[in-house]
Design a protein around this ligand. Structure first.
Ligand code: MV4
Length: 494
């Protein structure tokens, strides 16, 4: 087992990984940028090493700075968290060359999923269902027309080097094909330095369902739980749950076995996620994430498996301590990503000082965060304040707990998407579990968010007047109960 691990990440995920280390009796090294001098994660660690200026390109993405910090502190392993260098083959290789263990999959497994075309070919050969389409790139418009014709419209153009929806174009008919191809190619060229595009049949309103897997060095691979991640906006997940509302024991067994097959086909080791699109009973491989994901806590809540800890144990050479038969789903878990962003202003980021902070607690609630009262959210990184997770005996109880926790949550000083979550959780279709990747648009959730904002503000004001506050204090009191409109006022006045 390792004595010391360096965490090459920041914020809530750095703390999450250090918590696993602490439980395992492993010392921790944080690395931090200029903007993170006062961050909680840097103080939580046993040691903290400064690695550069605030922009991540000069700190968290600097491979040589991070390797140097590990060498200087004597860390035997590096956990990359998610984002940053977590799926960077060069980084995984650089660790290996320096005699440091990369806590994640082998570099060639990361590579195998890097190109979407190669991944499709590998998956198809392994017997994993893929979306109907072409398993090669296309650049000639004439070839593209023939391919699209053979698949049948609507089709979707995807960059081979891509991910996260960047450069994707839906094409409804032949007239739209040429301009779409040109546009996809140019976005792909500037975003990924590679303009290879391929074509798939476009599925309307799919669900996004993914499977957590764990694999050790001896070839033991299991699926841990399924997650429904259909509530997304511009490819940013906002709410995830486990299990998926459409899951049955039979479907879980079929999809889970395919996920294991996908992982085995590329010699996968560590924790990973196989993403599927699900539509009307059929499912197709989408991509594989070769990292610990943001939404891993919901799987931990329903299975009791500590995924960060298992990653560390596997990386240290231990055998997986669980069997497939032991994996049981207990109850239901939902995660709301609490972001510093304004849902009423196109989700614009809202960095700045958190003037007042009180997170929810009580039965079935888990809050993973890296903030505190007085903390200043820097503008340089993602806007995640915390991951609020509710666990209950069934979906209904998990939803009730989440709504109760959102009611308790007080964050003053920055705009947050708490009102967005309240609006989704009360939506009738969400409550029925009838969701897909177009849900926010189809249900016009943004309009519902406005109603929640007004209601919250009225509650704040009536509480203030019940307390006999004068008009000067009303804004402050309603801000203290976390209402949206008053956050603005408090922000202006205090
Ligand atoms: C698709 C699709 C429909 N048909 N592919 C978007 C991000 C990338 N991971 C895959 N994406 C999609 N690929 C075909 N053939 C619809 C999406 C998609 C989507 C997928 C998963 C989760 C959310 C999404 C939101 C919009 C579109």
């Amino acid at each position: 087992m390792f004595n010391k691990i360096l965490i090459a990440n920041r914020g809530e995920i750095a703390i999450r990984i250090m918590r696993a280390c602490r439980e395992l009796g492993i010392s921790t090294v944080a690395v931090y940028s200029e903007a993170d001098k006062n961050a909680l994660f840097a103080k939580y660690a046993d040691e903290a090493v400064f690695i550069g200026p605030s922009p991540s390109s000069q700190s968290y993405l600097r491979i040589e700075n991070i390797i140097k910090a590990a060498e200087e502190t004597g860390a035997e392993a590096i956990h990359p968290g998610y984002g940053f260098l977590s799926e960077n083959t060069h980084f995984a290789s650089a660790c290996r060359e320096s005699g440091i263990v990369f806590i994640g999959p082998p570099p060639n497994a990361i590579d195998a999923m890097g190109s979407k075309i190669t991944a499709r070919q590998t998956m198809k050969a392994a017997g994993v269902p893929i979306v109907p389409g072409i398993e090669e790139g296309v650049s000639d418009p004439g070839d593209a027309e023939k391919m699209a014709e053979s698949i049948g419209y609507p089709i979707i153009l995807k960059p081979a080097a891509g991910g996260g929806g960047i450069g994707m174009k839906i094409v409804m008919s032949q007239e739209e094909l040429l301009p779409a191809l040109t546009s996809s190619q140019s976005v792909a060229r500037s975003a990924f330095g590679d303009d290879t595009i391929y074509i798939e049949k476009y599925l309307t309103e799919p669900r996004h369902i993914e499977f957590q897997i764990l694999a050790d060095n001896r070839g033991k691979t299991i699926y841990v739980s399924d997650r429904e991640c259909s509530i997304q906006r511009r490819h940013q997940k906002l709410i995830e749950e486990s299990p998926s509302p459409v899951m049955t024991p039979d479907l879980r067994e079929r999809m889970g076995s395919i996920a294991v097959k996908a992982a085995r086909a590329i010699g996968y080791v560590s924790a990973g996620t196989v993403e599927f699109m699900y539509s009307r009973g059929d499912f197709y491989f989408l991509e594989m994430n070769t990292r610990l994901q943001v939404e891993h806590p919901i799987t931990e809540m329903v299975t009791g498996v500590d995924l960060a800890k298992e990653q560390i144990l596997i990386a240290s050479g231990e055998d997986l301590g669980y069997s497939q038969e032991e994996m049981e789903i207990r109850g239901w878990a939902i995660e709301c990503r609490i972001n510093a962003e304004d849902p009423l202003n196109d989700f614009a980021p809202s960095p700045g000082k958190i003037k007042r902070y009180r997170s929810p607690g009580g039965p079935g609630i888990r809050v993973d965060s890296g903030v505190y009262t007085g903390y200043v959210i820097p503008p340089y990184y993602d806007s995640l304040i915390s991951k609020l997770v509710a666990h209950g005996k069934d979906r209904r109880e998990a939803i009730a707990r989440m709504e109760r926790a959102l009611y308790e949550y007080i964050i003053v000083g920055v705009k947050t998407n708490v009102i967005f979550h309240k609006a989704v959780l009360r939506n009738a279709r969400f409550r029925r579990g009838d969701i897909n990747t177009q849900f926010i648009k189809e249900e016009n959730i943004i309009e519902a968010v406005k109603d929640v904002a007004v209601e919250d503000d009225e509650k704040g004001k009536s509480l203030a007047s019940a307390l006999g506050a004068d008009s000067r204090k009303i804004a402050a009191i309603s801000a203290a109960v976390g209402s949206y409109l008053s956050q603005q006022k408090a922000g202006e006045k205090t």
